[in-house]
Write a protein that binds this ligand. Structure first.
Ligand SMILES: NC(=O)c1ccc[n+]([C@@H]2O[C@H](COP(=O)([O-])OP(=O)(O)OC[C@H]3O[C@@H](n4cnc5c(N)ncnc54)[C@H](OP(=O)(O)O)[C@@H]3O)[C@@H](O)[C@H]2O)c1
Length: 322
């Protein structure tokens, strides 16, 4: 089968399209013929081995998982004898980030917990854009943020992969949603249901009088003190991504703010979770959310795809067709 393989950490050029053996499913595994995959920040960490701490999970000197690719959508080709949830022929999607990766290939063999049935109303390309980004947004808003109907919710960095799902998932909970993005993305945010949009190139929301019950910091940078100022009493701030300083401040000062006042400030570490993926599938099928796809690249354009994604200005998701 064809696969994107790499043997050393580095720039996107270390990724090579090559022929390798097709995997054989173990008793507890599902063999999936992959139609599409997508890019997430985790792919960059895996590619570069950076931040260095990640190498304790991904291989200290060289990558342990030689086929990157976390999000997939495809069709079940075969199942091991202990698999109970899936049958050959079914269309599935999934997040392989805790199952050895391997999504940039024609086939992958994975435990069934990494998969869910693909939303019926989505193409393979659309479905591949969903798992990691949508589940991150869901876990940030619902698990950590305890989002409630009618709350005022602000998503900073709302126009990328995670942010575009966060806007829609927050709306699905009945929140009043403000999305922060640059000028070229204002219309995208309105089209996916944001009640208010703020152009970060023209205004700094942390300097406005408007306060929020829940802030999800997905991209960009503000000092944690500025986020704290923008929260209502009993408001919650969740760091998802963006600048390293933003993460550092949340991890060091967040617990102090949370203990000393009425506001809660913490960061999210997304975890692959089959139930959350099924929850997201139901939102998609109910047409409460939809993936926003920026660009689609072919497998032999993987270097170009990574170079585009690593600039950090994707308008929604970047998809790879297999
Ligand atoms: N905590 C976790 O477990 C977890 C899980 C997944 C991802 N993440 C993190 O979440 C972040 C977002 O991931 P993603 O996949 O959504 O990234 P992405 O798709 O690459 O995000 C790109 C978007 O970010 C916007 N952006 C860039 N600079 C901005 C700024 N200064 N202010 C506001 N928006 C800005 C861009 O809009 P413009 O072009 O308009 O600037 C673009 O639309 C990353 O930092 C990633 O590491 C964390």
């Amino acid at each position: 089968m064809k696969a994107i393989v790499y043997s050393k950490y580095g720039s996107p050029e270390v990724l090579k399209l090559t022929e390798i053996d097709k995997p054989i499913p173990k008793n507890n595994e599902v063999l999936v013929k992959i139609n599409a995959s997508s890019l997430n920040y985790g792919n960059l960490v895996l590619l570069k081995g950076d931040p260095f701490l990640a190498r304790f999970a991904f291989g200290l000197l060289k990558p342990k998982y030689t086929i990157p690719g976390g999000d997939i959508a495809g069709r079940v080709e075969a199942v091991g004898k202990d698999v109970t949830q899936f049958q050959p022929g079914q269309e599935v999607f999934g997040d392989l980030s805790t199952s050895g990766w391997g999504g940039f290939a024609e086939y992958v063999s994975v435990p069934e917990k990494a998969l869910a049935l693909k939303p019926e109303n989505l193409t393979f390309e659309e479905a591949a854009a969903v798992p990691m980004a949508a589940v991150t947004a869901l876990q940030g808003l619902r698990n950590k943020g305890k989002i409630q109907a009618r709350q005022k919710v602000l998503i900073n960095g709302a126009s990328g992969g995670v942010g575009s799902f966060a806007v829609q998932i927050a709306k699905s909970f009945g929140a009043e949603v403000t999305g922060v993005c640059s000028t070229r993305n204002l219309e995208i945010l309105r089209s996916i249901g944001a009640d208010h949009v703020i152009d970060y190139t023209k205004e700094d929301f942390t300097e406005k009088v408007q306060k929020y019950d829940l802030i999800l910091a997905v991209n960009g940078h503000h000092p944690i003190t500025a986020y704290e100022r923008s929260l209502n009493d009993k408001g919650t701030f969740i760091h998802v991504g963006g600048s390293g300083a933003q993460l550092f401040q949340t991890m060091t000062l967040g617990p102090w703010f949370s203990l000393s006042g009425s506001k809660k400030m913490s960061s999210l570490l997304q975890r692959q979770n089959q139930n959350d993926l099924i929850y997201v599938k139901e939102l998609l099928e109910a047409r409460k959310i939809k993936p926003v796809i920026d660009k689609t690249f072919k497998m032999n354009e993987i270097v170009k795809a990574f170079k585009y994604f690593e600039q950090g200005h994707a308008q929604g998701k970047v998809v790879i067709t297999i």
